[in-house]
Design a binder for this molecule. Sequence first.
Ligand SMILES: [Zn+2]
Length: 96
Amino acid sequence: MKIPEKIKIGYRDYSINLINGDVIDGNSVCYGNIKYDDGQINISTKYSKDQIECTFIHEVLHGIDELMETNLEEEQIRKMAKGLCYILKNNKELFM
Ligand SMILES: [Zn+2]
């Protein structure tokens, strides 16, 4: 998967920033985060390619959740992102 520089989620445009180091959200170090109001998705590149791709999916799901007002819990986003990563990884031909 190629991580794009930008992604449009509904009417919102997000810039994707690959961060060569830690992404800090509040007091915690995380794989990535999303800033809805600033239209920014930050992804730490200090992890494996698989992890970076899953972080991208995870943050996009947060963006969809925000857009669609589904109010999913972090745990639900985490699990859905993991499931979606498995699908994308194992069915590459579907998404070419
Ligand atoms: Zn999250």
